[in-house]
Design a protein around this ligand. Structure first.
Ligand code: ZN
Length: 309
């Protein structure tokens, strides 16, 4: 079995205002990085559009249809100060959620050892009924709930190493003891959530905030001391990674100082827990990462780790 790479050209048609960091070139940088010789053995698939009822596992149907109906025919519609839609955005969001769903199908059916989904818009800031922080649907949350619904998993976990806290994933699973949400992120930083004391209704939310200027050593310590032991105790049957690469030192939106090797290390350690309790099942979804060079290099390191452990 190989690692599966899922993407879709429709994700390039989600346009944002000029100068916006979450731009189509991000996906082009990821695709370029994964064209290298060493990625030849990746299986590759196109993301299907998620059916509304799958997205509705995490978002009310009216929220989905309101976004569809709000889609502008031309130009850019601002949903909030950071989040915008163009004519291609709704289709891109359906493909991003559908890529997450397809990754779960392929990994759970053992047709892929694990999967990386390179799509946009990202997802982890989207709350139950609110688009936010460049995100329309919470793809990681949809993957976790879909795996439970479709395959009867009792427990799933989301591990989020994007530099921003995944307020949406935390909100969606705040009172759901069947899904653990773990996050390292810079604090203070947008969106402001993710303090240590935010632990969810059933102590299944695990936040490990880092300070501006922290680097690989502090990041790895947060993982090793706070996140991995909790993950092991919880014993998820699937691990979904909210793989944002904006904690890289070159990233313009934040001030953590991670390098490519830190993302590879985190990936390997998540895979180790997955091997212990989840039959190795890992589905990784692209979230942030706004310096194109850092994004390409970091995704390459992450996917190599997925391929080789
Ligand atoms: Zn981010």
């Amino acid at each position: 079995m190989s690692t599966l790479l899922i993407t879709h050209p429709a994700c390039l048609d989600h346009l944002t205002p000029a100068g916006h960091p979450e731009r189509p070139d991000r996906l082009r940088a990821v695709e370029r990085a994964l064209e290298a010789e060493k990625f030849q053995n990746l299986d590759r698939a196109q993301a299907p559009a998620a059916p509304f009822e799958i997205i509705a596992l995490c978002h009310p149907l009216e929220y989905i249809t309101e976004l569809r109906d709000a889609t502008p025919r031309e130009g850019i519609l601002h949903l909030d100060a950071d989040t915008a839609m163009s004519s291609g955005s709704f289709e891109a969001a359906l493909r991003a959620a559908g890529g997450a769903m397809h990754a779960v199908d392929e990994v759970l059916a053992k047709r892929a050892s694990n999967a990386f989904v390179a799509t946009r818009p990202p997802g982890h800031h989207a709350e139950t009924a609110r688009p936010m922080g460049f995100c329309l649907f919470d793809n990681a949350a949809i993957a976790a709930r879909y795996a439970q619904k479709q395959y009867g998993l009792a427990r799933a976990a989301i591990v989020d190493f994007d530099v921003h806290h995944g307020n949406g994933s935390q909100e969606i699973f705040w009172a759901d003891k069947s899904v653990m949400y773990c996050s390292t992120h810079q604090m203070p930083l947008y969106p402001g959530t993710g303090a240590l004391i935010e632990t969810g209704e059933y102590d299944t939310v695990v936040n490990a905030p880092l300070r501006p200027g922290d680097g690989g050593e502090k990041f790895r310590a947060a993982f090793a001391e706070r996140i991995l032991p909790r993950l092991r105790d919880f014993g998820p049957e699937l691990i979904v990674i909210s793989a944002g690469f904006d904690a890289h030192m070159r990233d313009p939106l934040a001030n953590l100082n991670l390098e490519e090797a830190d993302f590879a290390w985190a990936t390997q350690n998540i895979m180790e827990v997955a091997d212990q309790c989840a039959g190795g099942r890992v589905v990784s979804l692209l979230e942030g990462g706004y310096d194109l060079k850092a994004l390409g290099g970091s995704v390459a390191a992450h996917v190599l780790a997925l391929m080789h452990g």
